[in-house]
Design a binder for this molecule. Structure first.
Ligand SMILES: [Zn+2]
Length: 110
């Protein structure tokens, strides 16, 4: 496992810390671990102008969708203290490995 592997998981709430969407919060829809990229709901939305292609059932027009952004551009928002935080790891008594908030030591995983 690469050291750069993001601790971000699907359905986490994250805060964007760089780029044009800095300050926005959203839910992670998808994680691409190979490239450390994320798709975050409502963040990094791009407009694509598509031409109609009736043969492929594609209607023309402007389509908005989220483009992937790099995991280093976001911070996980801790569900316990509500603050953006760095993530630590901890092994619980039952050997479960969980992610914890470095600020409040709260468990981020449900
Ligand atoms: Zn916390």
């Amino acid at each position: 496992m690469s050291r750069l592997q993001t601790p971000v998981r699907k359905n986490d709430n994250v805060l964007v810390i760089t780029g044009k969407d800095r300050g926005k919060r959203g839910r992670v829809l998808k994680v691409v671990p190979d490239t450390n990229r994320l798709i975050v709901e409502g963040v990094n939305v791009i407009k694509r102008h598509t031409k109609p292609n009736p043969g492929k059932q594609i209607k023309g027009g402007v389509v908005e969708r989220e483009a992937p952004l790099h995991a280093s551009n976001v911070q996980i928002v801790c569900p316990e203290c509500g603050k953006p935080t760095r993530i630590g790891r901890k092994v619980l008594g039952d050997d479960r490995k969980v992610r914890i908030c470095r600020k409040c030591e709260g468990v981020v995983d449900k």
